[in-house]
Write a protein that binds this ligand. Sequence first.
Ligand SMILES: [Zn+2]
Length: 131
Amino acid sequence: MGLFDNILESSAKVADKVAKVTGEYIDKGKDKLNELSLENELSKAQKQLGALVYALHKNGESNEELVNQYIEEIAKIEAQLEAARAEAKEEGTVVIDIEPEEVKAVKFCPTCGKDVDEDDAFCKYCGNAVK
Ligand SMILES: [Zn+2]
């Protein structure tokens, strides 16, 4: 079932749909950006923890409290990242079959309103020219 299967109404309505799809894509882009910045934050924190543990060991010291604090921070970032990924995945299922190319490729017959392929010269339903 494509999103456009039931859209036989005016082109204004189609334009609304396309605008909505575009909006969803922008939201998705923001999520992706959030995900990337969290990934960045996570790898930075992990690197810092590694450097801390290394420095402590090298000097024959230990600071469990500080190490635990770092680990807690990292766990927090991991949880945020997981949530961001789950959200992006959820939204992904909403827009999965409406890639931007597909939106562009869908054309409607001006006579009968059915969707025709972009490069069709004539409507396969009513036979009228669609160009
Ligand atoms: Zn037609």
